[in-house]
Design a protein around this ligand. Sequence first.
Ligand SMILES: NC(=O)c1ccc[n+]([C@@H]2O[C@H](COP(=O)([O-])OP(=O)(O)OC[C@H]3O[C@@H](n4cnc5c(N)ncnc54)[C@H](OP(=O)(O)O)[C@@H]3O)[C@@H](O)[C@H]2O)c1
Length: 275
Amino acid sequence: MIFGGKAIAITGASTGLGRELAVQLARAGARLALFARNETALRETARLCLQVAPTGGPEPLVITGDVTRPEDCARLITETVAQFGALDCLIANAGVSMWARFEDIRDLSFFRKLIEVNYLGAVHCLHPALPHLRKSRGLFVAVASLQSKIGAPAHTGYTAAKHALDGFLESLRMELDGSGVGILSVYPSWISGTELRSHAFCEAGAKMGEARRSHTSDAVPAEECATRILAAMTARKEQLFIPNKYRWLPWARLALPQMLRRRIQKRVASQKAGE
Ligand SMILES: NC(=O)c1ccc[n+]([C@@H]2O[C@H](COP(=O)([O-])OP(=O)(O)OC[C@H]3O[C@@H](n4cnc5c(N)ncnc54)[C@H](OP(=O)(O)O)[C@@H]3O)[C@@H](O)[C@H]2O)c1
């Protein structure tokens, strides 16, 4: 995909990876629709995009809404197409996580939220977008997670939601075979420089905030993640593991399940609280 002039809608563009994707796509000359709930933060993303965009390019469209509401997602697509005349790419990036052992959770209601944002949020946006993506022979990018392929302690509900998203994409790929619409599934490991951990749900169902877990040095910076995603979009790849070495994880889960489980338990335990 050559990005110059392409109409691209991004959910979860107010912070973290979504903001980085927006800035790098703006630099490449894409016409952007930015979607999330926090309008002030979205406008800041739009400002950063304008700073790097080629001169004379259109301002990013700022659309506030919630991916758990199908009507907001339909509005994202309608307004993007009305403004740009087409939709070449939809990036379903909005997400929310958790950090709590299942037995310690005191309010389970956030499990519904995890499904609604991480899985249904992508479905709600893609359904109205598909006719336009068919027309443009465009691309659907879903930011899943390594946890779409493996489990992790303290992440039961998040892992379930990301597995649901992956299953949806597997079936959809078969339905869209030959349609011209590409699907890229992105499976990042831990990403640094985003708000995911402070916004994650904890035992009481509240956001973790300052009690968030720190990253170890092997987390991939959001900027590098976004660069890798743009390269995979250009190559119209079907899947992208970040870092690349983790592409063997689905095989390890089948071949060496106990060893893999022990390694994941150790890695999650190494992330310290509140640092
Ligand atoms: N960080 C990691 O280690 C990591 C690893 C693997 C995968 N991922 C995935 O990467 C994606 C981006 O996450 P991030 O790390 O950049 O975290 P982040 O900084 O917390 O960004 C999450 C984005 O999603 C938006 N969002 C959350 N709930 C929403 C809702 N109901 N409606 C609309 N937008 C909503 C947030 O905006 P508002 O709050 O303004 O709505 C924000 O823009 C997520 O899908 C996440 O699961 C992250």
